[in-house]
Write a protein of this length. Structure first.
Length: 268
């Protein structure tokens, strides 16, 4: 593949050769990737998400040329199980928990509030029980309420019950954040993917950073990467990322372009 012509939108095209040259000029970069909607296509039910074999092989190839991190809203154990590649850095719950080279980082507020996560999960399942197309997922340190397959006629009931749930869980002090057809109930750490990026960047020796994500929760990462590298938004919607891929289907080709650019660095 021509590293000067990665398979991205026109807004990326004029900068592609310059970015390839920048990647070849420095040391090994830090590449940070979201999972759902980025590495893996979005699916109706979170449990059905799968990483394609071709994408896994490309990550394995990239692993030898860059520090690669997969940071997801999923629990850490869940995202590691789905990627199944040693030698990568992993982040769960939007970076609240990080599997780094020298051990596990866990935000102290998340650690302290973990004892309340079970109560939060029970309340969410009780309040939202019976709503069609709504799935409540426990993530160890928080809860996700997925409604991707909820029929439009249930929207009014869903919003009413969300208000009930917010009232019932107010004392637990969890933070509500919204993503693509999901509400995340997260410990109030002030932590996000941008903070996780900054931590990994510092601990990796402040390398050039490339990050990809598709959701509103990835915008923290796109803000943090400015001055350190570049961000790529996957799909539609407003973004702070530098560039854009039109859909998740282009991610594999982008990873191939990235590996090819780094291959040229290795060969020089």
């Amino acid at each position: 593949m021509d590293v000067a012509r990665p398979p991205v939108t026109k807004s990326f095209g004029p900068a592609a050769a310059r970015l390839a040259a920048r990647l070849r000029r420095g040391g090994a970069p830090l590449v940070i990737l979201d999972f759902d909607g980025t590495l893996a296509p979005l699916v109706d039910h979170a449990a059905r998400a799968r990483l394609a074999g071709a994408t896994r092989r490309e990550l394995k190839r990239l692993r030898g040329r860059a520090a690669v991190a997969v940071i997801s809203g999923r629990a850490l154990a869940d995202v590691r199980r789905r990627v199944r590649l040693p030698g990568l850095l992993y982040g769960g719950n939007h970076g609240v928990e990080l599997a780094e080279e020298d051990g596990l980082f866990l935000h102290p507020v998340a650690r302290r509030l973990r004892r309340h996560a079970g109560e939060l999960l029970r309340k969410a399942r009780r309040v939202l029980a019976g709503l069609p197309g709504v799935h409540v997922e426990g993530k160890g340190f928080g809860v996700s309420v997925h409604y991707r397959t909820m029929p439009a006629k249930a929207r009014g009931s869903f919003e009413t019950l969300l208000r009930v749930l917010k009232k019932e869980t107010h004392a637990l002090a969890f933070q509500w954040t919204r993503g693509h057809k999901v509400w995340d109930l997260r410990p109030p750490t002030g932590w996000n993917k941008g903070r996780a990026l900054n931590r990994l960047w510092r601990r990796s020796g402040r390398p050039f950073v490339v990050c990809l994500g598709d959701d509103v929760t990835d915008e923290d990462m796109f803000r943090a990467v400015r001055g350190k590298g570049f961000g790529v938004k996957v799909g539609r919607g407003p973004t702070r990322a530098h560039y854009r891929l039109t859909s998740q289907k282009e991610v594999l080709s982008f990873l191939r372009w990235l590996s090819s650019a780094l291959d040229r660095e290795v060969s020089q």
